[in-house]
Ligand binder design. Structure first.
Ligand SMILES: [Zn+2]
Length: 283
Protein backbone atom coordinates (compact mmCIF):
# COMPACT_ATOMS: atom_id res chain seq x y z
CA UNK A 1 0.00 0.00 0.00
CA UNK A 2 1.54 3.31 -1.01
CA UNK A 3 2.35 5.56 1.93
CA UNK A 4 3.14 9.28 1.94
CA UNK A 5 6.66 9.00 0.43
CA UNK A 6 5.38 6.82 -2.43
CA UNK A 7 2.50 9.22 -3.12
CA UNK A 8 4.88 12.18 -3.08
CA UNK A 9 7.12 10.28 -5.51
CA UNK A 10 4.17 9.75 -7.85
CA UNK A 11 3.26 13.45 -7.58
CA UNK A 12 6.80 14.47 -8.46
CA UNK A 13 6.79 12.09 -11.39
CA UNK A 14 3.48 13.41 -12.71
CA UNK A 15 4.28 17.08 -12.23
CA UNK A 16 6.44 17.63 -15.34
CA UNK A 17 3.86 15.81 -17.49
CA UNK A 18 0.69 17.33 -16.01
CA UNK A 19 1.41 20.80 -14.63
CA UNK A 20 0.67 23.45 -17.26
CA UNK A 21 -0.74 20.91 -19.72
CA UNK A 22 -4.35 20.64 -20.87
CA UNK A 23 -6.38 17.44 -20.59
CA UNK A 24 -7.41 17.17 -24.25
CA UNK A 25 -9.57 14.12 -23.60
CA UNK A 26 -10.43 12.06 -20.56
CA UNK A 27 -11.41 8.42 -20.94
CA UNK A 28 -13.35 7.02 -18.01
CA UNK A 29 -13.81 3.30 -18.51
CA UNK A 30 -15.96 2.36 -15.52
CA UNK A 31 -18.46 4.00 -13.19
CA UNK A 32 -16.15 4.17 -10.22
CA UNK A 33 -13.51 2.51 -8.08
CA UNK A 34 -13.87 2.42 -4.30
CA UNK A 35 -16.68 4.95 -4.70
CA UNK A 36 -18.59 6.03 -7.81
CA UNK A 37 -16.80 8.66 -9.88
CA UNK A 38 -18.41 12.13 -9.82
CA UNK A 39 -21.12 12.79 -12.39
CA UNK A 40 -19.89 13.56 -15.93
CA UNK A 41 -16.26 13.24 -14.82
CA UNK A 42 -14.86 12.84 -18.35
CA UNK A 43 -16.73 15.93 -19.54
CA UNK A 44 -15.63 18.01 -16.55
CA UNK A 45 -11.97 17.06 -17.07
CA UNK A 46 -11.89 17.59 -20.84
CA UNK A 47 -10.34 20.92 -21.83
CA UNK A 48 -9.10 21.68 -18.31
CA UNK A 49 -5.57 22.96 -17.81
CA UNK A 50 -3.72 21.58 -14.80
CA UNK A 51 -2.63 24.71 -12.93
CA UNK A 52 -0.91 23.01 -10.05
CA UNK A 53 -0.25 19.51 -8.74
CA UNK A 54 -0.12 19.25 -4.95
CA UNK A 55 -0.37 16.60 -2.27
CA UNK A 56 -2.32 16.45 0.99
CA UNK A 57 -1.60 13.37 3.09
CA UNK A 58 -1.86 10.44 0.64
CA UNK A 59 -4.01 12.34 -1.87
CA UNK A 60 -2.73 13.91 -5.09
CA UNK A 61 -4.64 17.10 -5.91
CA UNK A 62 -4.66 18.68 -9.36
CA UNK A 63 -6.05 22.23 -9.36
CA UNK A 64 -7.72 22.78 -12.73
CA UNK A 65 -8.43 25.92 -14.77
CA UNK A 66 -12.14 25.07 -14.54
CA UNK A 67 -12.25 25.98 -10.83
CA UNK A 68 -12.34 22.34 -9.79
CA UNK A 69 -9.70 20.17 -8.15
CA UNK A 70 -9.16 16.56 -9.19
CA UNK A 71 -8.45 14.31 -6.21
CA UNK A 72 -6.53 11.09 -6.90
CA UNK A 73 -6.06 8.34 -4.32
CA UNK A 74 -3.99 5.29 -5.22
CA UNK A 75 -5.68 3.07 -2.61
CA UNK A 76 -4.02 -0.34 -2.17
CA UNK A 77 -2.78 -1.08 -5.65
CA UNK A 78 -3.23 2.03 -7.81
CA UNK A 79 -0.50 2.77 -10.36
CA UNK A 80 0.06 5.73 -12.64
CA UNK A 81 1.66 5.03 -15.99
CA UNK A 82 3.05 7.71 -18.24
CA UNK A 83 3.44 7.12 -21.96
CA UNK A 84 3.94 9.09 -25.15
CA UNK A 85 6.52 11.43 -23.73
CA UNK A 86 10.19 11.61 -22.90
CA UNK A 87 11.08 10.63 -19.37
CA UNK A 88 14.75 11.37 -19.10
CA UNK A 89 16.31 9.52 -22.00
CA UNK A 90 13.51 6.99 -22.40
CA UNK A 91 10.49 7.34 -24.63
CA UNK A 92 7.48 5.17 -23.86
CA UNK A 93 5.08 4.33 -26.62
CA UNK A 94 1.44 4.06 -25.65
CA UNK A 95 0.90 0.54 -24.37
CA UNK A 96 -2.10 -1.57 -25.37
CA UNK A 97 -4.95 -0.96 -22.89
CA UNK A 98 -4.94 -3.39 -20.00
CA UNK A 99 -7.84 -4.81 -18.05
CA UNK A 100 -7.34 -2.59 -15.02
CA UNK A 101 -6.70 0.70 -16.86
CA UNK A 102 -9.69 2.59 -15.49
CA UNK A 103 -9.03 6.23 -16.37
CA UNK A 104 -6.81 7.60 -19.14
CA UNK A 105 -5.94 11.28 -19.42
CA UNK A 106 -4.79 12.30 -22.91
CA UNK A 107 -2.79 15.50 -22.48
CA UNK A 108 -2.52 18.08 -25.26
CA UNK A 109 1.25 17.50 -25.27
CA UNK A 110 0.74 13.94 -26.53
CA UNK A 111 1.49 12.45 -23.12
CA UNK A 112 -0.94 9.94 -21.73
CA UNK A 113 -1.49 9.22 -18.06
CA UNK A 114 -3.14 5.92 -17.21
CA UNK A 115 -4.61 5.11 -13.80
CA UNK A 116 -4.45 1.34 -13.37
CA UNK A 117 -5.87 -0.23 -10.22
CA UNK A 118 -6.30 -4.00 -10.01
CA UNK A 119 -7.92 -4.08 -6.55
CA UNK A 120 -10.02 -0.95 -7.10
CA UNK A 121 -9.55 0.61 -3.66
CA UNK A 122 -8.38 3.79 -5.37
CA UNK A 123 -10.52 6.87 -5.87
CA UNK A 124 -10.98 9.94 -8.04
CA UNK A 125 -13.21 12.88 -7.23
CA UNK A 126 -13.80 16.49 -8.25
CA UNK A 127 -14.55 19.34 -5.85
CA UNK A 128 -14.41 23.15 -5.95
CA UNK A 129 -10.81 24.40 -5.71
CA UNK A 130 -10.06 26.01 -2.35
CA UNK A 131 -12.56 23.85 -0.50
CA UNK A 132 -10.17 21.11 0.64
CA UNK A 133 -11.44 21.47 4.18
CA UNK A 134 -15.00 20.70 3.10
CA UNK A 135 -14.11 17.44 1.32
CA UNK A 136 -15.02 14.39 3.42
CA UNK A 137 -11.63 12.73 2.81
CA UNK A 138 -9.62 15.85 3.64
CA UNK A 139 -11.73 17.71 6.19
CA UNK A 140 -10.53 16.11 9.41
CA UNK A 141 -6.89 15.53 8.57
CA UNK A 142 -4.25 16.74 11.00
CA UNK A 143 -1.18 18.71 9.94
CA UNK A 144 1.20 17.53 7.21
CA UNK A 145 4.24 15.89 8.83
CA UNK A 146 6.59 17.85 6.57
CA UNK A 147 4.77 21.18 7.02
CA UNK A 148 5.24 23.94 9.61
CA UNK A 149 1.99 23.24 11.47
CA UNK A 150 3.41 19.90 12.59
CA UNK A 151 5.79 20.89 15.36
CA UNK A 152 6.95 19.85 18.83
CA UNK A 153 4.24 21.84 20.62
CA UNK A 154 1.48 20.26 18.52
CA UNK A 155 2.69 16.69 18.99
CA UNK A 156 3.39 16.95 22.73
CA UNK A 157 -0.11 18.39 23.27
CA UNK A 158 -1.73 15.76 21.03
CA UNK A 159 -0.11 12.84 22.89
CA UNK A 160 -0.59 14.18 26.42
CA UNK A 161 -3.07 12.18 28.49
CA UNK A 162 -3.68 9.56 25.78
CA UNK A 163 -4.14 6.04 26.95
CA UNK A 164 -3.62 4.48 23.50
CA UNK A 165 -0.29 2.93 22.43
CA UNK A 166 2.02 5.41 20.69
CA UNK A 167 1.80 3.26 17.55
CA UNK A 168 -1.96 3.90 17.31
CA UNK A 169 -1.57 7.59 18.17
CA UNK A 170 0.89 8.18 15.31
CA UNK A 171 -1.43 6.33 12.91
CA UNK A 172 -4.29 8.62 13.97
CA UNK A 173 -4.76 10.90 10.96
CA UNK A 174 -6.14 13.71 13.16
CA UNK A 175 -2.81 13.94 15.00
CA UNK A 176 -0.62 13.83 11.93
CA UNK A 177 -1.75 13.22 8.34
CA UNK A 178 -0.31 10.58 6.08
CA UNK A 179 1.76 8.43 8.43
CA UNK A 180 1.13 4.74 7.78
CA UNK A 181 2.10 1.44 9.36
CA UNK A 182 5.51 1.03 7.72
CA UNK A 183 6.90 4.46 8.53
CA UNK A 184 5.50 4.54 12.07
CA UNK A 185 7.45 1.33 12.80
CA UNK A 186 10.59 2.93 11.39
CA UNK A 187 10.08 6.17 13.34
CA UNK A 188 9.58 4.40 16.68
CA UNK A 189 12.68 2.27 16.16
CA UNK A 190 14.79 5.32 15.45
CA UNK A 191 13.29 7.07 18.49
CA UNK A 192 13.95 4.09 20.77
CA UNK A 193 10.28 4.01 21.83
CA UNK A 194 8.32 0.76 22.11
CA UNK A 195 5.20 0.72 19.91
CA UNK A 196 3.28 -0.58 22.95
CA UNK A 197 4.14 2.36 25.22
CA UNK A 198 1.11 4.45 26.12
CA UNK A 199 1.25 7.77 24.27
CA UNK A 200 0.46 9.75 27.42
CA UNK A 201 3.32 8.07 29.30
CA UNK A 202 6.06 9.41 27.03
CA UNK A 203 8.00 12.31 28.55
CA UNK A 204 7.53 15.62 26.70
CA UNK A 205 11.17 15.76 25.60
CA UNK A 206 10.97 12.28 24.03
CA UNK A 207 7.64 13.10 22.39
CA UNK A 208 9.09 16.34 20.98
CA UNK A 209 12.08 14.41 19.62
CA UNK A 210 9.69 12.39 17.45
CA UNK A 211 9.04 15.43 15.24
CA UNK A 212 12.49 15.68 13.62
CA UNK A 213 12.68 11.87 13.44
CA UNK A 214 9.36 11.71 11.54
CA UNK A 215 10.60 14.38 9.15
CA UNK A 216 13.92 12.58 8.63
CA UNK A 217 12.38 9.14 8.04
CA UNK A 218 9.87 10.50 5.51
CA UNK A 219 12.46 12.80 3.93
CA UNK A 220 14.90 9.93 3.40
CA UNK A 221 12.17 7.77 1.86
CA UNK A 222 11.15 10.60 -0.49
CA UNK A 223 14.80 11.06 -1.48
CA UNK A 224 15.00 7.35 -2.17
CA UNK A 225 11.83 7.65 -4.29
CA UNK A 226 13.48 10.50 -6.13
CA UNK A 227 16.38 8.30 -7.16
CA UNK A 228 13.89 5.68 -8.32
CA UNK A 229 12.27 8.36 -10.51
CA UNK A 230 15.61 8.96 -12.14
CA UNK A 231 16.31 5.35 -13.03
CA UNK A 232 13.63 2.72 -12.41
CA UNK A 233 10.60 4.70 -13.54
CA UNK A 234 12.36 5.98 -16.59
CA UNK A 235 12.91 2.44 -17.70
CA UNK A 236 9.27 1.40 -17.24
CA UNK A 237 7.05 4.48 -17.40
CA UNK A 238 5.47 3.42 -14.11
CA UNK A 239 5.44 5.60 -11.05
CA UNK A 240 5.07 4.93 -7.42
CA UNK A 241 6.77 1.87 -6.05
CA UNK A 242 10.39 1.79 -5.11
CA UNK A 243 12.79 -0.28 -3.11
CA UNK A 244 13.62 1.30 0.18
CA UNK A 245 15.65 -0.31 2.91
CA UNK A 246 13.72 -0.53 6.17
CA UNK A 247 15.39 -1.03 9.53
CA UNK A 248 12.57 -2.92 11.22
CA UNK A 249 9.57 -3.22 8.90
CA UNK A 250 9.33 -6.77 7.51
CA UNK A 251 12.53 -7.82 9.34
CA UNK A 252 11.20 -10.16 12.02
CA UNK A 253 14.02 -12.30 13.42
CA UNK A 254 16.78 -10.11 11.97
CA UNK A 255 19.47 -8.47 14.08
CA UNK A 256 18.67 -4.93 15.23
CA UNK A 257 20.45 -2.27 13.17
CA UNK A 258 20.97 0.09 16.11
CA UNK A 259 24.72 0.38 16.78
CA UNK A 260 25.79 -1.72 19.80
CA UNK A 261 22.32 -3.26 20.19
CA UNK A 262 22.27 -7.06 20.33
CA UNK A 263 18.49 -7.30 20.05
CA UNK A 264 16.40 -9.20 17.50
CA UNK A 265 13.48 -7.63 15.63
CA UNK A 266 10.11 -8.92 16.79
CA UNK A 267 6.68 -8.74 15.22
CA UNK A 268 3.55 -8.21 17.27
CA UNK A 269 0.00 -7.42 16.16
CA UNK A 270 -1.60 -4.19 17.36
CA UNK A 271 -5.12 -3.26 16.26
CA UNK A 272 -4.92 -5.96 13.62
CA UNK A 273 -1.71 -4.67 12.06
CA UNK A 274 1.89 -5.81 12.36
CA UNK A 275 4.32 -3.83 14.45
CA UNK A 276 8.01 -4.59 14.06
CA UNK A 277 10.32 -3.47 16.83
CA UNK A 278 13.40 -4.28 18.88
CA UNK A 279 12.43 -5.11 22.48
CA UNK A 280 15.99 -4.38 23.60
CA UNK A 281 16.49 -0.78 22.47
CA UNK A 282 12.87 0.35 22.19
CA UNK A 283 11.41 1.10 25.59
ZN1 LIG B 1 17.75 -2.79 19.13
Amino acid sequence: MPELPEVETVRRGLEPVMAGAVIARAEVRRAGLRWPFPARMAERLTGARVERLRRRSKYILADLSTGETLLIHLGMSGRMLISGTMLGEFHHDHPAPEKHDHVVLHMDTGARITFNDARRFGAMDLFPTGEDDAHPLLARLGPEPLGNAFNERHLVAALAGRNTPIKAALLDQHIVAGLGNIYVCEVLHRAGISPRRKAGRIAAARAAALVPIIRDVLGEAIASGGSSLRDYRQASGELGYFQHAFRVYGREGAACATPDCTGTIRRIVQSGRSSFYCPRCQR
